[in-house]
Design a binder for this molecule. Sequence first.
Ligand SMILES: [Zn+2]
Length: 391
Amino acid sequence: MSRNLLSRAFWGLVALGLLALVQAFSTERMQADLQALLSQGPRVAGTPAAAAAAEYLAGELRRVGYSVEFFPFTYSRTRDQGTSLVVGGASFPVNGISGSPGRRVEGPLAVVPGAGLAADFAGLNLQGRIALVRRGGIPGLEKARLAAERGALGIVLVTEEPSSTRFTFGGESPIPGATLSRTDGEALFNQAGAWAVLDVRMVSEEVQGRNVIARRGGQSPLAIVGAHYDSVPGSPGANDNASGTVTVLELARQLAADPLSERIWFIFFDGEEDGLWGSRRFVEQNLELVRGLRAMLNLDMVGVDVNGSLGIGGSNELRALVDCAAVQVVCGSAPGGGSDHVPFAQAGVPVLFFFRGLDPNYHRPTDTIADPRLMAQTGRVVQGVLGRLLR
Ligand SMILES: [Zn+2]
């Protein structure tokens, strides 16, 4: 072996060593975290599963030296209580969707074709009708808004899940909505024009949510790194959003011995799926602290590769600090809205949103898989931004 080759081998080893340092994110540990969170079942805000998840996160963070606080908050959420659907005189088993107004509406059934995407609504006249739409592709709340804009009085979403599965709009729907399983609902697609009576009955319940906040030292934070840990009813929420939760947890471990972490708060938000409650309440109640932030970085759905790249959206000034090539990650763009960075952006804080796109298992019982390697990649990109922002 020539001297030249030897020297190349030496520097190669040094580079590998450096890479190993950068790649200290442990995929084994992240897999164990995922397992621990998923073993609780759906982490619906206010349920024992969400409480157990919060305790798990707090325990892991304290173990590496953070002081952990719970940030409690309450809000009200609606829940089905005896919603019914009758079409052409026959009853169908339906479930009122949380976030739906309680109201009885009736009119001819109107079928929205295809997968019920925005384009499928174009040109439809739903005036005075009950819209029948397949679930998926875009959020149910968007379908309800599209239907309401075209005059629909109510909406029935046909899902792949059993009729008993609870769903949430994740916000307030302008028209009453209910879900119907595909087995029960497929026949209805041939009954356009039949008289439909949709009686959506909802009761409201108080929800006690809890953000988990980890920090070191007594200084006010310059950056917040966050992810919501709650999930929707009926879905284990592996990608949405145990993936972001576990990535932020592992990042907090990586930075536990780094002076950088004295200026960062790691926040695990609750109540996101019911309408960004955890982040909204945190911002409302900490305005002064929030105004001192240089960045809020939010991770949501980063464990499934939908677009072949890590989507990053947000403020231009922060995007300039993103260096994906440095950690060998392929990055693309992400939309501006839809998760816990929004209340911070509205308060004037520069934000970044890390998001790999809506996968086919989004909000379904099949959301059981998140890839720790993709999560570690995301964590390394976030770590790089924090280093450039705060050092
Ligand atoms: Zn999410």
